[in-house]
Design a protein around this ligand. Sequence first.
Ligand SMILES: [Zn+2]
Length: 393
Amino acid sequence: MDGVEVTEAEREADGRLTVWARIILPAMCPECGTVSGNVHQYVTASPRDVRACGQDVSFFLVKRRMECAEEDCPRETFTEWVPQVPPRCTITRRLLEHAGAEVADRGITPAEAARDAGISWPSAHGAFAQAADRVLDDSPAPVAHLGIDEHRRGRPRWRKDTDTGETVQLADRWHVCFYDLDANQGLLGQVEGRTADDAAYWLAGATPAWRDAVEVVAIDMCTIFLSAVRRMLPHAQVAADLFHVVQLAVKTTGDVRRRAIREKYGRRGKAGDPGYGIKSLLNRNLENLSPANFEKIIETLDASAEGQQVAIAWIAKEKLRDALKLRARLTGSTPCERDVRGRLFLFYDWCAQHDDIPELVTLARTISRWEDEVVTAVLTGVTNAWASQCSLR
Ligand SMILES: [Zn+2]
């Protein structure tokens, strides 16, 4: 520690280290700047300091209270100090910096950092805020592929307005996150709420040059984000997150199965029903099914009229996936837009042939509304998959 000299160090019976130190900098009057050598008295401070070899340290810093050597100085006495332990500070700078870095770099909570360092939550949080401020001053580098996703965080908080009696929301549990999908900048920003204005607000804070550099934005099929992107990044292409597209088709198959069972038995499905055993198999992708499992699905579904409806929905899901499978990451070659739209047409055509299944009509309508964004996702390969994993952590 600059300006400090250890005068005594002793290991206590419990392993704790006791360290006594003194200040070796010239004592300068804060009022007139005169260096003084007249000791008025000694005071001992015991600021909390970092651990040594994993052990807590009792740190005693002996400070001199000096008389100012300048006769005309209004300040009669002053106490010497060092930058690591400023006046009235009960925590050393280096301990605060350590706690702030633990939160900023290692991702632990301020509460944990406070407990580890033996300091209060406000101190740990303040140290983290200082560490974060240094980084937040840097504006993010240009991003060609931007991901926008919603993220659930914490609990919503409410307060009753004492005047009107209305309940006011203080904190929204939903946040909008912005990710750099190419480079290693990771999470670029996070704003509370999940309205179009919340998302647009963050984008509006970026420089026009940064906004212009964005080429493709990946979002789930959510009109809120779409309108924010259209407003703030009108030149950018929008890619629908294919994970969510497949998830919607899987959900549709489940919806058809549940409705068919309800229509047949007047209740929910349960173990022992003919179709129940293949429930989870239906969520799998065709290429991940063993021949035996595939046969089981076909046999079970073929055995009844409601099973056939489920089979049709399941085939629709696979037809939709046929279009998504054209992306370069899977085929090794750049897809052609006509092929993608051609396969989507086969999916629509299949749904149209079975328009007696209302869930399929809804699915086809949703996909057709988002067709351009789905095609962009297949052609560019831009996806939020990685970002979603980050959020799930
Ligand atoms: Zn003075």
